[in-house]
Design a protein around this ligand. Structure first.
Ligand code: GRF
Length: 194
């Protein structure tokens, strides 16, 4: 039985698209049953619809500062779609510990750095500013502490002379699109535990 996977996005959804593509393989152990966004016009939603995947929008704005209520609303939608694994893919909302613990071991994220280095935002600019020679991407289980859960997959890229944020980001993104499907496969097969 394939695992039922929901992908949470806020933007263009290129990692989402990589997961959707991978899941087209009949031998892949997961199926993408839902793409959920907190942004109604996120570019990725259209891509998901074109791929024939159910989409849902839960805007965070009406919830104001009540993160717990937003997370409960997202959780209810995930339950309605009988979700078993949640993939965060450029989902720009911090999730509450209640949500993270509810999905413990079944909630994964992709982060554009070689964790534990460069947690948080603006990783490409910070890698360049630090004079790093290696950078990369990491897929990890989500725990309440930001970008800190057990690592499932990680791959490095070189930082090259003359790199800009854009050239470096593009090199890292190509790696992201490769390792996220591999990591989800490992989780869906039960090869790794969070
Ligand atoms: C990716 O770089 C991902 O690592 C980060 O946000 C970006 C999302 O890009 N968390 P996309 O929406 O998957 O194209």
């Amino acid at each position: 039985m394939k695992k039922r996977v929901a992908i949470l996005i806020s933007g263009r959804g290129s990692n989402m698209a990589a997961l959707i593509d991978a899941a087209k393989d009949p031998a892949y152990p997961a199926e993408i049953v839902l793409v959920l966004s907190n942004i109604a016009d996120a570019g990725g939603l259209e891509r998901a619809r074109e791929a024939g995947i159910a989409t849902e929008v839960v805007e965070h704005k009406p919830f104001g500062k009540d993160r717990a209520a937003f997370d409960r609303a997202v959780h209810a939608v995930l339950e309605r779609h009988r979700t078993e694994i949640v993939c965060l893919a450029g989902f720009l909302r911090l999730l509450t510990p209640w949500f993270v613990e509810r999905w413990s071991g079944r909630l994964i994220n992709i982060h554009p750095s070689l964790l534990p280095a460069l947690k948080g935002l603006d990783t490409h600019a910070r890698a360049l500013a630090a004079g790093a020679t290696q950078h990369g991407a990491t897929v990890h289980f989500v725990v309440p502490e930001l970008d800190s859960g057990p690592i499932i997959a990680q791959e490095s890229v070189p930082v090259l002379p003359g790199d800009t944020e854009e050239t470096l980001a593009a090199r890292v993104l190509a790696v992201e699109h490769r390792i996220y499907p591999l990591a989800l496969k490992r989780v869906a097969q039960g090869d790794v535990a969070g």
